[in-house]
Every structure is written in C-alpha cells, then in structure tokens.
Design a protein around this ligand. Structure first.
Ligand SMILES: Cc1cc2nc3c(=O)[nH]c(=O)nc-3n(C[C@H](O)[C@H](O)[C@H](O)COP(=O)(O)OP(=O)(O)OC[C@H]3O[C@@H](n4cnc5c(N)ncnc54)[C@H](O)[C@@H]3O)c2cc1C
Length: 366
C-alpha cells in the first residue's frame, strides 16, 4: 500500500503528560501541531502522585484528582515519622484518565491527534521526515519541528544518540486494599538500596514497589506482610543525569529528556513543566531574542533538581545517614523546608542553601 503523506509544522511524538502539554501550548499559540500517541488506552506504570498546584499551573480540571494526600509516613526499620503536608497536598490521579484528558486539551486547543507509532526519521533541509505507523499503514510525516516526548524508552533518543535515557529499573505490584488510606515511603539498603520503596494508595487498591532490584522488592513485600503479589512488574524510571534538551534540532521533554525529580522520583509535574517551557521558548524565540529552552528550564528548576540530587546522595547513601535523616525529620523546621522544596515553589528555601553547602562540603570537600 502506498505511503500517505502528512504535513505539519510541529510533530510531537508521545502523548503522555510531556507531549500532550507541549502540544496544547503550541496549538494554543496558533501552531499547526500533530500529536502522535502509540496507544490511546495506554496506562503508564506510575503511582500517579503529583503536586496539587499542578492543576492550577497547567489549567487541569480538579475532577481528575482521585485522592488528596494530607500526610505521608516515612519508615526506616522500626522508626517512623508522619509528615503533614499542610496546604501542599499531593494529588493522586488515574493515569489512563489523566493522560487521555491532557491529550483532549491539546486537541481542544487545535492539535491534530493521531493514534500511531513513531518508527524512524531522517533530516530534511528544512525539517524532518518521520515514518510512523498509523491505522496499520506506514505514513510519511513532513514536519519543521520535532519533539521527542516518547518516555523513558524513547526510540527517538535511541536513534539520535544510540541509547535511551539513563534509568533505574523499578519493581512493583498491585496488592489488595488493606483499608490503609496513607502513603508510605520506606528507606533502608536491604529493601531500597540508596533510594526508596513505596506503599501507595491508588484507585482500586494499593501499589507497592521499590526503585531498585527484584530481590529487594521480595524483602520489601515480606516486611509488609502482604499477600505475595501474583504479578511483579518492572519498568524504568529516568535518573536525573545530564538531561538532554536538544540534539540535532530535535527537542526532548519529560522522561525522554531525563527530567524526573531526584529523591522523590516524581516525573508527571516536570514532564508537563518541560512541555510548557519548551513551547514557551519556541513561541517567544520567534518574536524576539529570548532564552533557550535549556536556559529557561535551568532558571526554573536547575537549583531545585541539583539540591534534591545532592540531598538524595547525602541522606540515602548509607543506613546511618538514613537514620540521621529520620532524626532530622522529627524537627518541624526541617520537615517544613523539605516539604516546601518538594511540593512548592521552585526556589530553594534559605535554610536549604545552608544544607546544600554543608552537603557539598561533605561530598566534595569543597
Ligand atoms: C513504577 C513507577 C511509578 C511512578 N510513580 C510516579 C508518581 O507517583 N508520581 C510521578 O510524578 N511520577 C511517577 N513516575 C514517573 C512518571 O510516570 C513519569 O515521569 C511520567 O509519566 C513522564 O511523562 P512523559 O510524558 O515524559 O512520559 P510517558 O508518561 O511515558 O509518556 C510517553 C508516551 O509516549 C508514547 N510512546 C512511546 N513510544 C512511542 C512511539 N514510538 N510512538 C508514539 N508514541 C509513543 C507512550 O505510549 C506514552 O503514552 C513513576 C514511574 C514508574 C516507573
């Protein structure tokens, strides 16, 4: 069958939070946008937790919030700290519903939405030629701009750079609802290495998992004394290591760029933020001299991401440091600052600047 030819100004590959948000803002500004999503029913493996302020920031309807989390519980061996989130609630969403609605927002703003799979691309003098499978047949798409929003297994990134983003392989499973309405984070090298394990509320039950290997996951669910999960799954989550914003004229957003917040491994909010920042940089650069996407990102989130990376490396590197973190978390001032750093503005609070320099000193001797 003959290849069909589609022409567009911007092609966004991947209709998760990053791609749908980029497509929405570009389309809103009057650009001709095609949003290509492999599977409209895809449920991204994800706890679905995100900063509640995301709904106001990105114009998302609050009806998509399944639950609001008022406090979180931190555990290390037999120690336990309950941390109230105050006004900075964490919202839990159902990823099928959430992603579908974000794509609908993009379509409402004027983007063309297609169910199809990106296959490969080549550069043209004035843009790109992309081959995609849409409706069971190969289509050729000519586009001036190309955005990779195809997640942690980004084929676009692989084809351009030879590899997908650096990532951890998580292990997780759905378990029975035990009537517990809390969100728990568990630390300790036996169950989570130098990261964390989670026990989250989700629509229809609970989801437990660890950011590390299958053996640690086994120790974790045994510790929770829950029924042995019948289906343990694995899925990658990017590490925040030298994120990729642009390569050979192709822009990267969300997981494909490697923009997941260290320490908490929260990627939904920052996927949407990267989509918004990229589209803003594209729109403004056409009108005047302006900052690049990478510069705008760094200004907004660079310090926050670097601080959390350092805190993660410092606080979770060994069990005695985790014990120290648990002790520090008993202090109200520390709790408040950490919650603000995690769920609030992008500025690093004053006290944390101090921590940052102490940590830098301890890590680098500088
Ligand atoms: C187990 C687990 C738990 C997590 N829990 C949380 C959490 O609670 N909170 C949080 O904030 N983050 C969490 N994350 C991270 C979060 O899921 C991601 O950071 C977020 O989904 C990134 O959004 P994205 O749009 O960049 O990528 P994705 O959500 O992965 O979207 C990429 C889209 O591209 C599509 N696609 C892929 N390949 C192609 C192709 N070839 N052609 C067309 N389309 C394609 C996919 O179908 C997908 O819809 C978790 C991750 C894991 C693995």
């Amino acid at each position: 069958m003959e290849n069909a030819l589609i022409e567009t100004e911007w092609l966004v590959v991947g209709g998760g939070p990053a791609g749908a948000t980029a497509a929405k803002y570009l389309a809103k500004s009057g650009k001709n946008v095609l949003l290509l999503q492999r599977d409209m029913q895809f449920k991204k493996p994800c706890g679905g937790g995100l900063r509640k302020d995301a709904f106001a920031t990105f114009g998302i309807e609050k009806r998509l919030i399944e639950f609001e989390v008022e406090s979180i519980d931190l555990h290390y061996k037999n120690r336990h700290v309950s941390v109230s989130l105050g006004d900075n609630r964490l919202a839990i969403v159902d990823r099928i519903r959430f992603d579908r609605t974000l794509r609908q927002y993009a379509a409402d703003a004027g983007a063309r939405l297609e169910e199809g799979r990106f296959l490969f691309f080549k550069r043209l003098e004035n843009g790109f030629e992309v081959t995609a499978e849409i409706g069971g047949r190969r289509n050729i798409i000519h586009t001036r701009g190309l955005i990779a929003a195809d997640g942690v297994n980004s084929q676009l990134r692989k084809q351009l750079t030879g590899s997908t983003p650096p990532a951890y392989l998580t292990h997780y499973a759905d378990i029975e609802d035990r009537g517990d309405r809390q969100v728990h984070f568990h630390f300790g090298h036996d169950i989570a290495g130098s990261l964390y394990a989670w026990d989250f509320l989700e629509s229809g039950g609970r989801n437990i998992g660890t950011l590390t290997d299958a053996k640690s996951f086994e120790r974790f669910y045994k510790r929770l004394k829950c029924k042995v999960p019948t289906k343990v799954k694995g899925y990658k989550i990017p590490k925040y290591e030298s994120p990729l914003f642009e390569h050979s004229g192709v822009y990267f957003v969300g997981d494909a760029a490697g923009l997941v917040l260290p320490f908490t491994y929260e990627g939904i909010y920052y996927a949407m933020a990267s989509g918004e920042i990229l589209s803003r940089s594209i729109i403004t650069s056409e009108k005047s001299e302006s900052d690049t996407y990478e510069t705008l990102w760094e200004k907004a989130y660079g310090e926050k991401f670097d601080t959390l990376k350092r805190l993660e490396r410092f606080a979770l590197a060994s069990d005695w440091r985790i014990a120290l973190m648990m002790t520090l978390f008993k202090r109200d001032s520390v709790r408040r600052r950490m919650i603000a750093l995690w769920l609030e503005d992008t500025k690093v609070p004053k006290g944390l600047r101090l921590w940052k320099s102490v940590i830098r000193h301890l890590l680098n001797g500088t």
